[in-house]
Each structure stands twice: as structure tokens, then as C-alpha cells.
Design a protein around this ligand. Structure first.
Ligand code: G3I
Length: 360
């Protein structure tokens, strides 16, 4: 009784009450914070019959805890957005730099995620020394072969598949003039053969954008596949980048998917984003109408992918994780763009839950 009275006496002191009150409020807010941060239990990647991927940026993986957590928990496949490209991995004629690419690989391996390699041969993000390279055809071939085989060998057994050549055709179906087409006849076939020599188990892709509504470009890609088959040049897959927007024509998208499936090769929606403000309207509002239109495109694409024969489903990869990391905002400088499945704070958009319910 004496002890109880002492307790009441202490509690009545204003200072003690204040401290207790503070602890109480802190406890409640911690609880609310923990609830809002709690890791969701059901993941879209787990209801899909194919890998769900994202391209990633090693700086964000280092600096941003939420980015790291989302990338690690929401995706089963990872692509380096920039850090396996020529400019980054091969900065000098005699110098390769795999540090940041390796960071991505280590991140993914720790989480048992598949790693997709992007990209061995492209006309963009080429280091200056390659652009300035001097030599005859043999010298050019040795230079490109050395690049491809060093990179593929470095990641052998870690990278499941490679975008061997990226964006080699123009919209009219002609071969894009690049330093590669200028100096190395038949450079596409040679690149695939060199990649195959370095890792016969890697799944080798031709990757391109904007095939929908560009029948000549799509035909050039189909011709390439047929030509490779006729000549026994190894090719295993087609990457459809799928940088589409809410106005893209559904029939045109479905047609190129069907044409790709008909080749019998693996199909990868390799860089998916659905732009909501393609004309970069400064007054654009990401309202419910835009969100619904975007959701309909996501549904169309995921349902179409789901109907591809299982053996040909390489997966769907988003081009980065949260809206604010999208190349459309950074590279294209379109600040009012929200093309991905996670918002600026990496929260799941409503579309995520609809996909989850529809596809499970
Ligand atoms: O890392 C440098 C940084 O050091 C520098 O301060 C800054 C200044 O501009 O540039 C940074 O590099 C940028 C890099 O992205 C990393 O953010 C480059 O300038 C910028 O050109 C580069 O853009 C990339 C673009 O390819 C280059 O064409 C985008 O991030 C990347 O999303 C984009 O990806 C391509 C695919 O590989 C192929 N398909 C199309 C797709 C979109 O263009």
C-alpha cells in the first residue's frame, strides 16, 4: 500500500507525466510507422508464371534504402540500365571497368534474382576511343570481338541472357548507319557468333524499340531472324522494348507480339514503361483518367505476355523502378511523366493491385 501511494505520488508530478506521455506518443507513432512500412506479403512477381524485372541504377541501390528494398523484394530479374554498356564497361582501349556492373550482379545474386545483360553492341553510349578507332576491317572486327568476348566471359554463368545487338534498324527497315555497320560487314551475325563462342549457354537476344505501327522495321527484324536460322547463326530471343504510351494502338502492339511469338524464339518485354504525357504537356495532371488508361495498357501487355507459350516467356522488365527514376524524366526531361508501376515514393500504384488480382 505504501509502495502504491508512492507510485501515485510520482505520477502526479507534472515532469513524470510529461515523460510518460512522450513515451506513449512515441510508441504510437512508431507503431503507425511500422505498419505503413511493413513489407507487403503478396507480390506480383509471385503470381506470374514468368520473371518480372526492372532495370536498375547502382547509385540508387547504394544511396536509397527504399529503392533497394523495392528492387530486392518486388522483382525476380534485374537488368543494368546503363552499367554493362560499352561506355561504362570499356572506357579505354586496354581498360575494362566492371565495378558497378559487378555491384548489380552481387545485389541480384544475393536475392536470387536473374540477371539480364544489356547491351553488347549499340550505336549509343559508345566510348570516345571506339568512335575514334582507326584500322582496317580486321582491326575493327578484332576490337569488337574482344569487347564482346571479354564482357560475356566476365559475366559467364552470372548473366542469363544478353541483348547482343540493340536497335540496329531504322523505322523504314534499313540498317542503321553506325560505326559498326560502316566498318564491319555483317556485324550483326558476327556479334552473335562471338557472344555464343564466349558463353554458349547465354540466351542471345536482338533488342529494339517501336516495332508497333512500324511494319517495315518489324519485317527487317523478322528477316534477320529467318536469315540467322538459314545460316545457323545462334539467336534465341527477341526483345521488344515496349516504351509505349497510353495512346499506342493496341492492335499494333498485339500484332508485333504475335509476330515475335511466331518465330519460336523467347520473347522479352525488355524495357517496359507506359508514358502518360507523351507530348510533355506542362499542365498535365496524372488524374484518374490517365491512370485508368495506363492500367489498361499494363493489363493488355501482361495478359498478352501470359498467353505466350511458357517456353518462350523470358519475362517482362520495367525500365527502372519508381516514376522519378524513369529515363523519361531524366534523359528526356519530361518532368510530368509517371510511366512505371511504383510512384515517386516507391509505393505500389493502384494498377499494381489490379494486375495482382487479375493475373493470379
Ligand atoms: O553518369 C553520368 C553522370 O556522371 C553525369 O553527370 C550525367 C550528366 O548528364 O550523365 C550521366 O550519364 C547519363 C546516364 O544516362 C546515367 O544517368 C547520360 O548522360 C545519359 O545519356 C544516360 O541516358 C541513358 C540512355 O539510355 C542513353 O541513351 C538512360 O539512363 C537509359 O535509360 C537509356 O536506356 C535506353 C536503353 O539502353 C536502350 N533502349 C532505349 C533506352 C532509353 O533511351
Amino acid at each position: 500500500m505504501k509502495g502504491f501511494c508512492k507510485c501515485i505520488f510520482i505520477l502526479r508530478k507534472p515532469f513524470t507525466m510529461k515523460i510518460l506521455y512522450t513515451f506513449f506518443v512515441l510508441g504510437i507513432s512508431q507503431f503507425i510507422f511500422a505498419q505503413s512500412q511493413s513489407v507487403p506479403k503478396v507480390f506480383l512477381k509471385d503470381v506470374l508464371t514468368f520473371p518480372l524485372g526492372a532495370s536498375v541504377n547502382p547509385r540508387l541501390l547504394d544511396e536509397n534504402v527504399t529503392y533497394r528494398e523495392r528492387t530486392g523484394s518486388e522483382f525476380s530479374s534485374v537488368t543494368a540500365e546503363n552499367h554493362m554498356k560499352m561506355m561504362n564497361v570499356h572506357p579505354g582501349a586496354d581498360r575494362f571497368d566492371f565495378v558497378l556492373g559487378d555491384e548489380i550482379v552481387a545485389f541480384a545474386k544475393n536475392r536470387k534474382q536473374r540477371i539480364h545483360g544489356h547491351t553488347l553492341v549499340w550505336h549509343n553510349q559508345v566510348p570516345q576511343w571506339m568512335k575514334d578507332f582507326q584500322g582496317d576491317q580486321v582491326a575493327w572486327e578484332n576490337m569488337l570481338k574482344n569487347h564482346i568476348q571479354t564482357v560475356v566471359a566476365h559475366y559467364k554463368g552470372k548473366v542469363a541472357g544478353w541483348d547482343v545487338v540493340n536497335e540496329a534498324f531504322l523505322d523504314d527497315g534499313s540498317l542503321r548507319p553506325t560505326i559498326w555497320s560502316d566498318h564491319i560487314p555483317d556485324y550483326l551475325a558476327k556479334s552473335f557468333l562471338w557472344a555464343y563462342e564466349a558463353d554458349p549457354n547465354a540466351i542471345l537476344f536482338y533488342n529494339d524499340y517501336g516495332q508497333d505501327g512500324k511494319p517495315k522495321k518489324m519485317q527487317a527484324i523478322l528477316n534477320l531472324v529467318q536469315d540467322f536460322k538459314n545460316r545457323n547463326i545462334p539467336i534465341n530471343g527477341l526483345g521488344l522494348q515496349m516504351h509505349v504510351n497510353i495512346g499506342s494502338k493496341n492492335e499494333a502492339i498485339l500484332e508485333v507480339i504475335n509476330q515475335s511469338v511466331a518465330t519460336g524464339l523467347s520473347v522479352h518485354f525488355s524495357e517496359l514503361d507506359v508514358a502518360v504525357n507523351p507530348k510533355n504537356n506542362p499542365d498535365f495532371v496524372y488524374d484518374d483518367v490517365a491512370k485508368d488508361e495506363q492500367l489498361n495498357k499494363f493489363l493488355l501487355l501482361f495478359n498478352a505476355f501470359k498467353s505466350i507459350p511458357k517456353g518462350q516467356q523470358y519475362g517482362i522488365t520495367f525500365w527502372n523502378v519508381g516514376d522519378k527514376d524513369s529515363w523519361l524524366r531524366g534523359y528526356f526531361k519530361r518532368p510530368k511523366e509517371n510511366p512505371l508501376l511504383f510512384d515517386d515514393a516507391y509505393a505500389r500504384k493502384a494498377a499494381y493491385n489490379v494486375l495482382l488480382q487479375t493475373l493470379k
